[in-house]
Design a protein around this ligand. Structure first.
Ligand SMILES: *Cc1c(COP(=O)(O)O)cnc(C)c1O
Length: 335
């Protein structure tokens, strides 16, 4: 059998020769002592793209989110996030047991966006938890890569701030949202207190995220990164990969086109599919097909929240996607 078409996640993307050459040639220093020059350049570039004062490189998106949550939450606090948000479902509960807040999962609207009317501070009585934070996930991973529009983003941020809540944007795939909607990243990060973005997903870097906000936040974030063991020395080798990754943002449009092809093909096979706005296809097969069966015909995907999740990325081509559909079709024969 020919090799597996890996649609489990856009994190499986491998650095290509151009990226590896940039890593090899990177100018480096000791980032833990006094900043690595390539790290600094990457942080400044990302802060500029997001329209924030400052940003800090961190090894992973989870660490970036956790650092932000530790700044916004204390014991007895609550934080709001969409149901199945990464900070709620997929970070080992660290928002609670390290940052100290209890998650309140919110039901999204039909487009997969949070509703401003749900952003409320239930504070009031001394024996009730305070709601101190709203987390927006754009794109919303487990909802099918859905996007929050600039209008909704502004409403959510304004409502949160009126209610005295801080806003953290989990923008692991904010690039996908921006490219899909044809808007600048800074518009999707407008007004937030903190934001986290991943270089290691669709952009293809092997490692790295950035967390940012005000300069004061980043100064605290640097201390917290140190506490969590996330400071690295000659990090320029990694930051150089991030620089190349950022040059490739526009190419995410191809992943989105491939996701639409995949979704259309699955619909033709009788699957129930959430129309993809970006590179994530959440789908339910007509008769249950397990990821094990998919793998047996050469397609790797994950079972998540009762559905099957396919993610397109720069290491799968349009041809790979049509081949994947042909392979999946063989599972339907005779059923
Ligand atoms: C992947 C992801 C993260 C965490 O990133 P890691 O680098 O895997 O720690 C956070 N939020 C969302 C929405 C993600 O998809």
């Amino acid at each position: 059998m020919d090799s597996m078409i890996d649609l489990r996640s856009d994190t499986v993307t491998k650095p290509d020769d151009v990226m590896r050459a940039a890593m090899a040639a990177a100018e480096v220093g000791d980032d833990v002592l006094d900043h690595d020059p390539t790290m600094r350049a990457l942080e400044e570039r990302v802060a500029g793209l997001l329209g924030i004062e400052a940003a800090l490189w961190v090894p992973s998106g989870c660490m970036g989110n956790l650092i932000a949550l530790t700044q916004h939450l204390g014991r007895g606090d609550r934080f709001l996030a969409v149901k199945h948000a990464h900070v709620v479902d997929s970070e080992l509960g660290t928002g609670s047991w390290i940052a100290g807040g209890a998650p309140v999962p919110l039901e999204p609207d039909e487009q997969g966006m949070l509703r401003p009317e749900d952003v409320r501070n239930t504070d009031g009585r001394y024996d009730m938890q305070r709601t101190t934070l709203l987390c927006i996930e754009n794109t919303a991973n487990f909802l099918g890569g859905t996007v929050t529009t600039p209008e909704r983003h502004r409403e959510l941020v304004a409502t949160a701030h009126e209610q005295g809540l801080k806003v953290h944007l989990d923008g692991a795939r904010l690039w996908n949202s921006a490219i899909s909607q044809g808007v600048p990243l800074s518009v999707l990060a407008e007004g937030v207190d903190t934001v986290q973005v991943c270089l290691s997903k669709g952009l293809g870097a092997p490692v790295g995220s950035l967390v940012g906000g005000s300069a004061a936040f980043v100064a605290e974030a640097r201390r917290m990164r140190k506490m969590l063991g996330g400071g690295v020395r000659q990090g320029g080798v990694l930051a150089a990969a991030g620089m190349v990754a950022l040059d490739r943002m526009e190419e995410l449009a191809e992943d989105h086109a491939n996701a639409r092809i995949l979704a259309d093909g699955l619909v033709d096979l009788g699957w129930e599919v959430i129309r993809p706005a970006t590179n994530i296809v959440m789908a339910t097969p007509p008769a249950y097909i397990t990821p094990v069966e998919l793998a047996s015909v050469g397609v790797a995907a994950f079972a998540l929240i009762g559905k099957i999740r396919f993610v397109t990325h720069r290491d799968v081509s349009k041809t790979d996607v049509t081949q994947a559909l042909a392979k999946i079709a063989t599972l339907h024969e005779g059923r």
